[in-house]
Write a protein that binds this ligand. Sequence first.
Ligand SMILES: C[S@@+](CC[C@H](N)C(=O)[O-])C[C@H]1O[C@@H](n2cnc3c(N)ncnc32)[C@H](O)[C@@H]1O
Length: 199
Amino acid sequence: METIQGRTSHELNFNGLTERLADYNQILLDLGTGDGRFVCRMAGQQQNRFFIGVDACRENLRANSRSKLPNALFVIASAQALPQELNGLASHVTINFPWGSLLESLLSSEDSWVSRLLSVTRPFAGMDIHLNAEALVTAGWTLESGADQIEGIVNAAGWKTKSRSWMDTHLLCSFPTTWAKRLAFGRDPRAIHLNVQKG
Ligand SMILES: C[S@@+](CC[C@H](N)C(=O)[O-])C[C@H]1O[C@@H](n2cnc3c(N)ncnc32)[C@H](O)[C@@H]1O
C-alpha cells in the first residue's frame, strides 16, 4: 500500500506493516484524515496505540505526515478501496466530518460500504463518526435525517449504537481536528457524534 511522509511516497507491504505494528495491541484507523492533525495529536498523547490516517488526497498531508512519531502512519487510499494489508487490523475506526464520496458512501443504503468496513476491523471494534450539518445539507439531507440514515445503515451492517449526541461550538472547538475548528467558527456549527460497536 502507498504511505506518505512529507513529499515522499513509500510502498509498505504486509511484512513491513507487521513490523511497524509489532509492539502495539490497539490499532486505530482514521478515515478521511484530512491534514492528519488528529492522528498526530492522538499518537502523541497515546503512545501505546498505533494510529493510521487514510485519505484519498495527498496534498493536505504533506506537513503533518513528516512527523517522526513511531506510532503514526499515513496511507493514501480511497476509503472505499482500503488496502488488503489493513484487513482485520483495526480495533477502532474514526470518521471525522466526512464530505464528498466518503459521506456519500456512508449515506448509501444500496451498496453498504459500512458492511465492508467489517473486513478491516476486529471483532467488537468501536467506531466514532462525527457528522456536520453543512456537509449533510450539501449532500441533500438535514443533519438529523442524515445522521438517522447513517445510524440505520451502520446498525443494519451489525454495528450497535452505544451513544448519539450533539456537538456545539464549544465541543467542536475542543475537538482536535482542523475541520472541527473551521466548523466551530463557521456559519453552521452543529454536529452529531455517533458511537457504535461491532456486534
Ligand atoms: C472535511 S475533511 C475532514 C478532514 C479531517 N477528518 C478533519 O476533521 O479535519 C474530509 C476529508 O475526507 C477526505 N475524503 C473524502 N472522500 C474520501 C474517500 N472516498 N476516501 C478517503 N478520503 C476521502 C477528503 O480528502 C478530506 O480530507
